[in-house]
Write a protein that binds this ligand. Sequence first.
Ligand code: HEC
Length: 166
Amino acid sequence: MKKTVFLILLLIILSLVFSGMIFAQAKKGGALAATGASVWDYLKKQTYAKNWKMWPGTTPMYQGPEPHGAFLTTYVNDAALKSIGAKKGKFLDGAIIAQDNFSKDKKLKFISVMYKVKGYNAKDGDWFWAQYKPDGRIEAEGKVDECIKCHVAQKGNDYVYTSKLK
Ligand code: HEC
């Protein structure tokens, strides 16, 4: 009798371990790769400018500072929105910010993107950076020095400018 109980317990434990492993694998497979091409594909599939929320407190085409453009519209995915709302000072893994950058005559010039990837670049906040032309051409991607050099001024605010995270 004792032996049966033991075997049943063992079976339960083993199945828990295995399902945990499968879950971890599925999660890994589902994560968006930190490359300019895959992030652009994802943004297109999401139709971010239609389906994502704007950064809380911002409106479409607000007047922005250089270098991003005269007018800006800043979109956030669910993970980013949650991070901003939580007021914990940091973005969650998987958070994406996509900012449309317009010229003075309100033409879309660039899309600037920050994507939080745990373990990607620990010394600079684990951000993947990318900038695209409206047709998806990649102007910059990766651990882009030029972006980091300026955004590092906001290190205490997880490298972002638009609003305080705490
Ligand atoms: C000279 C400074 C500077 C450089 C260089 C720069 N940025 Fe920014 N960035 C800013 C400022 C200032 C804002 C705030 C604009 C606003 O009001 O939303 C901003 C905002 C952003 C945002 C919206 C989130 C936030 O920080 O508020 C993204 C995304 C972004 N930048 C991406 C990039 C990328 C990608 C690069 C490099 C290709 C880059 N930036 C280079 C100054 C800079």
